[in-house]
Design a protein around this ligand. Structure first.
Ligand code: IMP
Length: 423
């Protein structure tokens, strides 16, 4: 298989886990390159449901190698818990899981700072996993990396340096408790020992794999509109969830990537605060939320739902250089009489076909809709494109035309068998 990046083309939760699980079968290495355990990739295999937050979903395939790249932020407790959860289900990761020595580490003070910031009136609606504060330390050159946990002197020095500032902020600004260095030091030194066998220079590992003609699948987390540069800033996550992140977050050059695939839901969802032009304002919110099981895989929060927004996805096509699209959750629209697709925004008498960067415009814009007839039929048992109802095909064709990008795969349920190609 060509070296491929899979990204979310909306606000995350597009069903990337399932798509990665399917493509992983034909890949040698599956690589996470950004984000942390704010992600929740769900894979359903028969009666088993796996929700993976840090380890690439490819781990569910026997013999596949999985890499957590340098661009990821790692909460060691979360990683060790995930390894244990997989072990309890008979999935061994030893010899198959590789953790970048230069990935940054999430500490409890990152989580506490994330939570305290979220208590303010102007919140982002984060997952409170400490993602933003950890990336902030990385960019401020204060961060502690995985390799630092393996050296007791360096860990102590860096932790002392960090806690001096963090404890002052916690106690003086937020009136919160300070962290005890000894306790934290011992805890993280222990994590380092437990993770040691997975730690390596993953960039060297991946280049070695490329030399041996192995194929790589880069697993993006979150979605394009949550990208810190190209999303609805400041209502975004703190990493590059777009395809460009795959190069910086792994050390594999962009010229080694052959294909970029975007995953989209047949409608739109987002979790947390921020603009969402096509958000439902009527009963459809509840209907689609329940039919689609739109509750966060990481936090359990109800997701906001709305119509398919092609302004958003056209933006994604450009930013990520999308070659192909996968449409998920088409079945969630099965019962609707008619379906709307947003083709542009109207703001102050002006039509926007390109995604506006200004949150004020996004908050005030009115979506321009095209209405299509529904298909009013159960699609969950359908196994080929040919067998889809006429109006479902019409919806997908229209989507493809507006986006100018080929839809290659369609999903009509959470199981592996509920997926078929558009041919
Ligand atoms: P953070 O990544 O926890 O800092 O959260 C920042 C924003 O990204 C919030 O709106 C979250 O709801 C959103 N977010 C983070 N991870 C995911 C995800 O995996 N799916 C969907 N939204 C996410």
């Amino acid at each position: 298989m060509p070296n491929t990046v899979i990204i979310g083309a909306q606000w995350g939760d597009e069903g990337k886990g399932k798509v990665i699980d399917i493509l992983a079968e034909r890949t040698d290495y599956i690589v996470r390159y950004q984000g942390g355990n704010n992600a929740g990739h769900t894979v359903v295999i028969g009666p088993d449901k796996f929700v993976l937050h840090l380890i690439p979903s490819g781990i569910l395939h026997k013999g596949k190698k999985c890499v957590i790249g340098n661009g990821v932020v790692v909460d060691p407790r979360a990683l060790l818990d995930e390894i244990e959860m997989l072990g309890s289900k008979g999935i061994e990761v030893d010899g198959r899981l590789f953790l970048s020595e230069t990935a940054h580490v999430i500490f409890p003070y990152h989580k506490v700072l994330d939570e305290l910031k979220e208590q303010k009136k102007k919140k982002i609606g984060t997952t409170k996993k400490g993602i933003g504060p950890c990336y902030a330390d990385k960019v401020a050159r204060l961060g502690i990396r995985v390799v630092d946990l393996l050296d007791k002197d360096i860990l102590r020095e860096k932790l002392e340096n960090n806690l001096e500032d963090k404890n002052a902020i916690l106690t003086k600004i937020y009136n919160a408790d300070a962290f005890d260095i000894e306790k934290l030091y011992r805890e993280y030194l222990d994590y380092g020992e437990k993770m040691r066998k997975y730690v390596c220079d993953t960039t060297v590992l991946l280049h070695d794999a490329l030399k041996r003609k192995k194929s790589l699948l880069f697993e993006g987390a979150q979605g394009t509109l949550l990208d810190v540069d190209h999303g609805t800033y400041p209502f975004v996550t703190s990493s590059n969830a777009t395809s460009g992140g795959a190069a910086t977050g792994t050390g594999v050059g962009p010229n080694r990537i052959d294909k970029v695939i975007g995953v989209v839901k047949a409608y739109t969802t987002r979790v947390g605060e921020g603009p969402f032009p096509t958000e439902f304002s009527d009963d459809l919110m509840d209907t689609i939320r329940h039919k689609g099981g739109e509750f966060g895989a990481t936090t359990g929060r109800p997701r906001r739902c709305g119509w398919f927004d092609s302004v958003v996805v056209r933006h994604s096509v450009k930013i990520n250089g999308l070659d192909e699209l996968v449409v998920t959750k088409l079945d969630v629209l099965d019962d609707l009489d008619s379906i709307k697709v947003c083709t542009a925004y109207r703001y102050n008498g002006r039509i926007y076909k390109d995604f506006p960067a200004d949150v004020k415009v996004l908050n005030g814009c009115e979506p321009v809709y095209e209405q299509l007839p529904g298909w009013k039929a159960d699609t969950t048992c359908i196994t080929s494109y040919m067998k889809l109802p006429k109006n479902a095909k019409r919806y997908l064709k229209r989507m493809q035309k507006i986006l100018g990008t080929k839809i290659v795969l369609i999903s009509v349920g959470s199981e592996r068998r509920q997926t078929f190609s558009s041919e």
